[in-house]
Design a protein around this ligand. Sequence first.
Ligand SMILES: [Zn+2]
Length: 264
Amino acid sequence: MRVYVSTDLEGVAGVVSRETQCFADGKYNEAAKKLLTAEVNAAVEGMIAEEINDILVLDGHGSGGMHYDTLHAAAKLLHGRPLAPKSLRNDIIKEYDVGMIVGQHAMAGVIDGGLNHTQNSRAIVEYKLNGQPIGEIAQTALSLGALGLPLIFLSGDEAACREAESLQPGIITAAVKRSLSRTCAISLAPTAARSLIRDRVSEALGRQRTHPLAPLTWPGPYELEKRFFYTELADGYDDHPLATRIDSRTVQLRSDNILDIIYA
Ligand SMILES: [Zn+2]
């Protein structure tokens, strides 16, 4: 099995602040990146225990969240901003067999979701796909699903794990913190979070061999509604070929192919 790992920073144990930990110029950003990378490395150890030797890690956090110097030797890193076009990356991801997510947060508006947001916390109120509220977990799971990869593992706070479990029943999760609000959480100790991730990743791979999860797909056609905080953000879609303006702050993107709209 070949494993593709998507990463984010807000769902890592010990990460509770956008300004100081998640922004590139934050005082503790470098420290937060080391925490994420150590969680990714724990996942890699869980993979090695299951004899996985082809591992690609995406540096998925907006401004970059991976600490290259400390990356596990068994993993390769897909990184750099701006990222290469989706079509090019999808051709590479397609070669992998299963997907995982490390460090994920819940969708915008989830009351116990630490640092909850969808894509851009200063722009997006919410996304709805075919009428159902979705966040970044569904975006990842459905785009991986369209490429033939099931999402078999996710780590993050309890709210992110719950969101993943309702989306993809049977997924194995590792909750490394319990968020009490958007900016306050009870985190496991770093070493405890890492051993939980390592064990759950091994379990997910073992289970995938005996009781495989199927790639996640929803029936089309697809309508993605994006609601913004500001009208000018919706203005930006006025000439988009797949977009219709719903109201002053909302646009709807429509396609039979989920990959056309899920990150548009
Ligand atoms: Zn995110």
